[in-house]
Ligand binder design. Sequence first.
Ligand code: FAD
Length: 536
Amino acid sequence: MIDVPVLIVGGGPVGLTASIYLSHFGIESLVVERHPGTAILPKARALNARTMEMYRQLGLEAAIRAVSMPARFGGMILWAESLAGREIKRLAPGRGSAGNLALSVAGNCGCAQDIFEPVLRERAEAAGPGRLSFGTTMTDLQIEAQGVHATIRDASGTSEQVHARYVIAADGAQSGIREQLGITRQGESDVYDSVNIHLRADLTPWISDRPAGLYLIEQSDLRGTFLTINGTDRWGFLVTSLSHYGYTPEQFNPAFCTEIVRRAVGSNDVQVEVLGVSAWSASAMVAQRYRSGPVFLAGDAAHEMPPTGGFGLNTGVQDAQNLAWKLAAVLRGEAGEALLDTYDPERRPVGEATTHSSLLNALSMGRTSRQTQAVLPRGEFLNEIGLIFGAHYQSAAVLPDGQPERSPEDQVQQYVPSAAPGCRAPHVRLSREGQPLSTIDLVGRDFVLFTTPRGAAWADAAARLSDPGITCVVIGAEVQNPDADWLGIYGIDDDGAVLVRPDAHVGWRSRSMAAQPAATLAAALNAILCREDARP
Ligand SMILES: Cc1cc2nc3c(=O)[nH]c(=O)nc-3n(C[C@H](O)[C@H](O)[C@H](O)COP(=O)(O)OP(=O)(O)OC[C@H]3O[C@@H](n4cnc5c(N)ncnc54)[C@H](O)[C@@H]3O)c2cc1C
């Protein structure tokens, strides 16, 4: 019998990220993944800046960028009748504009899922040796009074029993765990059908003078998209709205795939090697609850969305981050069990918003079974900076401070940096001993208190707390703010303080000094951690 605090079912990007985060927070877990290895198809490629902030905080940013698509391909997407044919339109994605890039120290990154997952796997295995079991399927799950009892079976057919206090169901869109728990989903299923072709072909003659992340091909009898992987000879080609054009997934044998790709390139001479093919159907469905007892849904198991917008993986790995620090705090005895109830109200609205927006993107491009002539997307497509940075959590683990808020009118396309409790702690340029630094670099592991030299009493209050400890950063003392803008962005006076949770979201803020800073800060920490026994 394996006894482990957290069992993670599914070794996709979400399960692997959950494992890395749990190790980061000092909690042991076991990942079971039924496939023998990580993804073999490129699928997701767009890691957004919020996700890259997370991996930066985990020390993984450089490893991901080292294997990602060359950055010059990220500045444009392009529509054409074929790669050799008439160009219809070029678009610079709004999320890559200079103004939007300045909102973070970590930019967007294009990294194909089959390249990205091995980076995650390597880190997860290094941080939790022997705790990742590929080629292993969870075959049975029983909910018990003190957690779960699971049966897992490896490739040789050998079964083993696992006891875990909690389960993260990162078992994908077809989640068997979600089905077993009877958690229903709301939304639209089978919005359009598609085939994902992974191929090797030298396309540089047609693209080298116009690098783009996506080349969308629009013909009267074919809609497809070249997905840039390395910008030279490895590509994805996504054929969409199959049935509308009279195709069936079964047709897509290597010879037919080659023919379709040549048609999309506009050349019968291009050499095409088909590396893999997968048929799938895009749906826009969100689970009605993310928690059932000791089981938490994360990633596609919780929200399945069309890839138009590139939010599926990003939303999922951010679920994992939100959940991991909470599980760790409860398992370490620092938080009350009720902290885990805040996962659903914090993450489900985000899943609903990104799923809805991805669906609207797909509809605007006519990419549905209710096919229209529309080709070009709505203005929001790839300009969803509000969805990327603007999640504003509301739950028992967030203490509103009553300050008037500067909410953007358009929550999809606009983001106003804010340190209101519940928001992501905004990026502010700092320096330490002459070296550039961001607020983003100071958060993401412990609770962090930002204050000022005049807030010395807050720093004293933080130093008194040890369960858990709070790292205090006095901006204006050991760390400088060259632009002198942090107080304005964080919405405090020069004797205020902001408490940032381990997931880099603000949990509490005091505009100015309190009469009893030590008691005030201790009460805030008790409340965020949902403790039944208030600790001094
Ligand atoms: C063509 C395409 C393009 C995309 N582009 C983007 C993009 O640009 N950006 C983006 O953010 N997202 C994108 N996505 C979505 C992204 O691929 C998914 O959101 C992501 O893979 C979800 O990760 P996950 O870990 O939740 O689930 P999955 O990747 O589906 O992993 C779940 C894993 O659980 C395993 N499993 C299931 N049941 C069991 C069991 N009982 N025991 C053991 N293992 C089990 C499965 O084998 C699977 O490996 C795209 C998707 C497609 C198809």
